[in-house]
Design a protein around this ligand. Structure first.
Ligand code: FBP
Length: 552
């Protein structure tokens, strides 16, 4: 393998641990905090998790290590979408495990949760792990989206665990994967298997976050990567002065990525899905809002601009989500086959017209044909439309173009509008982790092993005080059940970790609101540049603006 100079240099980077984990394994002791209860639906969650509910929060501190000295065989999986830093979670886990006892074993199960079910694994060695230190990607063992949630799967996992003598399983994943980690931990405790389960918070989307988990790993690097390129586009826009750029960024169910990129780059417009849903904005409202900025800037002679759109935007627009729900119904079961067998789009349109309510049909008729067709692409395994396949950035720009044309006819708008489109998602998910993510992930992994070593199960590895230098970070663990509530999922009440949406009374959003009027008319772009790995700490170790604003 040919290595880039940066890759070689990054192998040597020594990630920073929180101060209390720096003294060496023999000097890490546990401080037990308060008993916990779930954020809502306490009685129901308690009844569902009789063995793991209500446990105490714990933090590590400097002191005599009093954990039991037994051999640990730990299995680890990566679950869901890639996020920068996953390799460092595994490196931190491995280093703590080997520093505790060189006979301890770490098995990496391949391809996500299915690796655990299919018993497809690799045993980690120094030589193997060293090739992945401080690098992006999940290629060390791969990832997957199989859900580990049925009793049958748990029975298989129990057998695989028994075969290898696993003492613990670490699940590195988002809210759903860690919900499943809690359920697996309860199953393992109930069946007295002796297998502990620990989770680590991952997702570039930033929506696994709450009063205990300040950030999911990967969000920092991914948003900095997108912000670098958005800044470059802003500078291009401000140089050429002839294009409006519509940039969609990942973030399926929450707009944290869009908001953070906006805080870093100060575009003319950034749509926040949560606000659109709360204020029940229509597509026409959104088009008018952007057209107002285009018109105001054109009046100043600026026929260019930048708009950031979160990936999940259309599901936040009430009339659009109602339309999607009706289309899902229209294609349920055999009806999808009937629809697909229709010969041409005109016949399909007829079918659609018969199936939609008048209200949804009016919304549908507003859409450009390419979006109408995208709404009928293959459904996901739950029968839902795959929102990421809908080019919402193009949809929005075409609605803005229509609105501007109407204004032109009325004579109120005289500018030029040439839109260009971009989608930034996969570009950021496997970037070299920023120093923040390299340090945070290594700490999460190291800390996860300490939780195992001290006998905890059903906990999420927790590293907090993240806006401070790593030395002042606080390492510990929080029972996953504390973060859970009951939600309706696929027609059933389920215990789940509550997903964190952008808080409309939160500091990051309020700061954005205080600035956006000015940004929408003037050119206030900021150019963050590329992530820096070497150089002054204020450049290389800076956290996200979201975290800085939240913790100020
Ligand atoms: P996770 O929630 O699993 O971390 O994945 C999030 C994400 O990156 C979204 O932003 C995006 O919509 C989705 O993954 C894409 O999924 P896939 O990798 O399956 O195309």
């Amino acid at each position: 393998m040919t290595l880039s100079p940066l890759q070689e240099a990054r192998y040597e980077y020594q990630p920073k641990l929180p101060g209390m984990l720096r003294q060496g394994i023999n000097e890490i002791s546990v401080k037990t905090g308060e008993e916990t209860s779930s954020v809502a639906d306490q009685d129901k969650i308690k009844a569902l998790f009789p063995n793991t509910y209500g446990k105490c929060e714990i933090t590590f501190e400097k002191g005599q290590n009093t954990s039991e000295n037994k051999k640990q065989v730990v299995g680890v999986i990566l679950s869901g979408g890639q996020a920068p830093g996953g390799h460092n979670v595994i490196s931190g886990l491995y280093d703590a495990l080997k520093a505790t006892n060189k006979d301890n074993v770490l098995l990496g199960f391949k391809g996500g949760p299915s690796g655990l079910i299919e018993d497809d694994y690799i045993e980690m060695t120094d030589e193997f792990i060293n090739q992945y230190r401080n690098t992006g990607g999940f290629d060390i063992i791969g990832s997957g989206r199989t859900k580990l949630e049925t009793e049958e799967q748990f029975e298989i996992v129990t057998k695989v665990a028994a075969k290898h003598g696993l003492t613990a399983i670490v699940i590195i994943g988002g809210d759903d994967s860690n919900t499943n980690a809690a359920v697996l931990a309860e199953y393992m405790a109930e069946h007295k298997t002796g297998v502990q389960v620990i989770g680590c918070p991952k997702t570039i989307d930033g929506d696994l976050k709450n009063e205990d988990i300040e950030a999911s790993f990967g969000f920092d690097t991914a948003t900095k990567t997108y912000s670098e390129v958005i800044g470059n586009i802003e500078r291009d826009a401000n140089s050429a002065k002839k294009y409006w750029h519509f940039i969609k960024v990942m973030g399926r169910s929450a707009s944290h990525v869009a908001l953070e990129c906006a805080l870093q780059t100060q575009p003319n417009i950034c749509l926040i899905g949560e606000e659109i849903a709360a204020k029940e904005r229509s597509l026409a409202d959104i088009a008018n809002y952007i057209a107002d900025s285009v018109e105001a800037r054109a009046n100043n002679g600026d026929n260019f601009g930048v708009v950031i759109v979160p990936e999940g935007i259309i599901e936040f627009v009430p009339e659009f989500s109602a339309l999607i729900a009706e289309i899902n119904e229209l294609l349920a079961g055999d009806k999808a086959e009937e629809f697909n067998s229709l010969v041409d789009w005109a016949t399909k349109e007829h079918f659609i017209e018969r199936g939609l309510t008048d209200k949804s049909m009016r919304v549908f008729a507003l859409l450009p044909e390419f979006v109408q067709k995208q709404l009928f692409l293959e459904r996901d395994p739950h029968g839902n439309v795959q929102v990421s396949l809908i080019e919402s950035e193009k949809l929005i720009s075409s609605l803005v173009a229509d609105t501007l044309n109407e204004r032109k006819i009325k004579g109120t708008y005289k500018g030029k509008f040439s839109p260009l489109h971009h989608f930034f998602g996969y570009e950021g998910r496997c970037a070299f982790p920023s120093n923040f993510d390299a340090d945070y992930c290594y700490s999460l992994g190291y800390n996860a092993f300490m939780l195992i070593q001290y006998g905890y199960t059903g906990y999420l590895s927790k590293v907090s005080n993240l806006a401070a230098p790593a030395e002042e970070w606080v390492a510990g663990g929080m029972p996953i059940t504390k973060m859970m509530n009951i939600e309706r999922r696929n027609g059933e009440d389920k215990p789940v970790i509550r997903k964190a949406l952008v808080e409309l009374d939160g500091k990051p959003f309020n700061y954005f609101v205080s600035k956006r009027k000015e940004w929408s008319v003037k050119t206030c772009y900021t150019y963050p540049g590329a992530i820096q790995y070497y150089g002054p700490s204020e450049v290389c170790d800076a956290t996200t603006k979201t975290l800085a604003l939240e913790q100020k």
